[in-house]
Design a protein around this ligand. Sequence first.
Ligand code: ADP
Length: 243
Amino acid sequence: MSGTLLEVRDLSVVFDGFRAIDGVDFTVEQGELRFLIGPNGAGKTTLIDVITGLTRPASGSVRFEGWDLVGRKEHEIVRMGVGRTFQTSVVFEQLTVVENLDLAASFRRPLWSLARRRRGVSAAVEAAMATTGLDALAARPAGVLSHGQRQWLEIGMLIAQRPRLLLLDEPVAGMSGEERSRTGELLVEIAKDHTVIVIEHDMDFLRRYASQVTVLHEGKVLVEGSVDQVRSDPRVQEVYLGR
Ligand code: ADP
């Protein structure tokens, strides 16, 4: 995979006169695992909200595979291949793991194919289970899963929808050390077949799993580069690491 998948140009978002995003350029290539970091209020979630159609920008463009996303409805953007998780989990607790995955997969499928689906789970669901390692938990209700397992299920639900771009908002928040490592390995695995943008704060986590990092600060791109470049940049140390 190569070429530009997402191209954000001169983007600004204004809330009641306050510029939450202020002239941001942000380009992500096919197959990248990009981390988006920055202090609270930097504009990370707002940027993802614009890409996914939740927030309309005051100006600027968002191109995904060359198509302008600005002004499109959220569900249209999902159908175009952009999937997203939120900080709060959205799994259906009474349904089993495999039912959750199946439901997510069916959102991108025409109704006539649902009857056929009864004969067994689709290839997309099989693939989502294999990637997330949820096979062993397939028959468990999602309500009994640990916090980490729920996050993996939610990522699996996204994968089952076969997106080309995944946007993950702090997927390791609240996870144990072991769960964080598993999630990091999962992100690397997913990035083999997808383009992934992850909002994450933890520098140790970034050091282990990130390749390219974009640092936002006060609605602007402060620095962009490899983890080492970003960590050693004095501007980042000042605003982000607090040194
Ligand atoms: P981050 O995700 O980096 O913590 P956000 O994108 O959530 O930052 O927020 C960026 C800024 O925009 C913050 O100052 C926040 O208070 C403000 N903001 C975000 N959403 C809204 C909104 N719906 N209305 C008004 N201000 C908002």
